[in-house]
Ligand binder design. Structure first.
Ligand code: ASP
Length: 351
């Protein structure tokens, strides 16, 4: 009788252990990865002050801190990419949200996109001037409408209607971006073959190469992927120019295998259908993430005359951050199954 009771008690305790202790332990070891970028361009030690460099590192770490906290507590890839990009939009160092570059008309026109790799749902906004956080508007397009992309005043009316925070266009002003516009206009005057021919920002692109677009890609503890990108586009842009960031498959893409966010000379990324090309190389050509990223960004893009970089993560949590410019603000945290804490990398320059 006594032995029987002891056996039953042991069995009960063992069951408790299996149900409560083991699953908790297993949950702690589920892998996740977050990769971020803050734009690619002429980012060299020579044109950086120690204070500015410090500020960029701090901002990148802050974004990774937020993402790490969310991912460790089991939040979804979609929530993480949105929140991390919002943080970077509110950071005046980057060309997205506050701190966006100026158009030729001295305003700001913002583009953003988000994609959920679980179901290929996507949303984006283009050319918006008064939405404080375009990435949240992009998510609302995905979740609250039947559409994928809204632009200009229509997108703003939608954002206002659903109660997103609206701001005057001057909210996005910063002195450094104003200087960027001035430089771009001067350079354009010098370089334009025919000054009366509108170049739509082509020359400015070569001058003000410090883009600062922001992006985030994630694989979460459930193994789901998501991508988000937000930008003010290119300094001195005209005529409602839209870049690659809000175009699904060009600057932003996520499916069940890979999530991608791009930065660089948008026209090239659109023509190369960059983000989807990367995904296709992995899915259909059997290339590794690294092979595909290096080939597209370091071989094909410069061969065509373009410039820039991308971040991507695959289902296994493998991150890549290739670029063919002097630098790219970038970083990742990667928690693998056998590690207690995630590994963290933050970098600015090449090599
Ligand atoms: N790709 C963006 C655009 O062309 C710019 C950037 O990445 O900085 O609008």
């Amino acid at each position: 009788m006594q032995r029987n009771f002891l056996n039953r008690r042991t069995a009960f305790l063992l069951t408790l252990f299996l149900f409560f202790i083991l699953p908790t332990g297993a949950q702690q070891t589920k892998p996740y990865t977050l990769v971020i970028h803050g734009g690619a361009g002429t980012i060299t030690r020579a044109n950086m002050t120690p204070q500015l460099e410090q500020a960029y590192y701090q901002s990148l770490h802050r974004a990774l801190d937020l993402g790490e906290k969310m991912l460790a507590s089991g939040q979804s890839a979609l929530d993480v990419v949105e929140k991390v990009v919002r943080l970077l939009e509110d950071d005046s160092l980057f060309n997205a949200g506050k701190g966006a570059v100026f158009t030729n008309a001295g305003e700001h026109e913002l583009d953003a996109a988000i994609m959920d790799g679980r179901n290929l749902m996507a949303g984006s906004v283009a050319g918006v001037k008064t939405i404080r956080n375009p990435i949240s508007a992009a998510r609302a397009v995905m979740e609250k409408t039947e559409h994928v992309m809204l632009s200009g005043i229509g997108a703003e009316a939608f954002a206002r209607q659903i109660g997103l925070e609206m701001v005057p266009n001057t909210y996005f002003n910063t002195e450094s971006r104003r200087r960027g516009l001035k430089r771009a206009i001067e350079e354009e005057k010098k370089n334009a073959p025919n000054p009366s021919f509108p170049t739509a920002g082509t020359f400015s692109a070569r001058v003000d190469w410090k883009y600062g677009t922001v992006g985030a890609v994630v694989v979460d503890q459930q193994g789901n992927l998501a991508a988000a990108t937000s930008t003010g586009g290119m300094t001195n842009k005209r005529f409602g120019r839209i870049g690659d960031a809000p175009i699904i498959g060009a600057g932003t893409y996520a499916d069940s295998l890979v999530a991608v966010s791009c930065t660089g000379w948008g026209e090239y990324f659109i023509r190369m259908v960059m983000a989807k090309s990367l995904a296709d190389r992995i899915r259909f050509a059997g290339e590794s993430l690294k092979q595909a990223g290096d080939q597209l960004i370091k071989v094909v893009l410069p061969a065509l005359g373009g410039d820039g970089g991308l971040i991507a993560v695959d289902r296994s949590g493998e991150p890549i951050m290739p670029f063919c410019t002097e630098g790219m603000y970038r970083g990742y945290i990667r928690k693998s199954a056998d590690e207690e804490k995630p590994r963290r990398v933050v970098a600015i320059y090449g090599n």
